[in-house]
Design a protein around this ligand. Sequence first.
Ligand code: ATP
Length: 229
Amino acid sequence: MIEVIGLTKSYGGFLAVDDVSFTCQPGRVTGFLGPNGAGKTTTMRVMAGLTPATRGKITIGGLAYRDIPNPGRHVGVLLDASAQHAGRTGREVLMIGAKTMGLPESRVDEMLALVSLTPTEAKRRVRNYSLGMRQRLGIAHALLGDPSVLVLDEPANGLDPAGIRWMRDLLKQYADRGGTVLLSSHLLNEVELIADEMILIGRGKIVAQGDKKSLLAERDGGTLVTAVD
Ligand code: ATP
């Protein structure tokens, strides 16, 4: 379980994330939905320990980040897959992660197979990958250390409907084994196929959260669309 408690992040005087609180439960896939600039990436960067909060805190399993010996090992992250490691091969990218975490080479092969990147594809440079392949590689990288929490920023970006179904099955399997998943999107139809829970954010503030079915019922009544816009 990962908990975001009263998270505020400001850049200069600008409040990118304003007193945001939510919990992502083990065994559940939570969709994080909002338009461009709403504060999703900023929230996820703080959750991944990549940038400090201005106020508020993140806890994992009830423990504050500072009290967890190696917090990075507990949270697997996918952020902006399009910009990562363009000059390296897919295999090299995973090998660097495996070395950093002290994992055997066999774990790299396992992850490549899991995301259906063939040995030939794994030898190609990432700059020659399609966006969908980069997303698969990014997801493999996020899963390398077998984290208890996955934080995925726009993982469906670049995936076709078959790719989105593939990701749904992968994340569902991970959640069924007790994993906690948060994934963001600015498109409701990308998230609604995959998520059990949904959190809606707009201009740095949470506008709705709850289980998917009740939020989609609100959408059908018109409330949700208004909230996201
Ligand atoms: P997108 O889908 O476009 O990535 P988002 O919901 O992820 O949107 P963020 O990237 O978190 O939104 O950005 C939230 C706000 O914070 C935006 O107005 C953005 O311009 C601003 N912002 C983000 N990072 C910085 C930064 N390093 N310095 C200044 N402002 C920033």
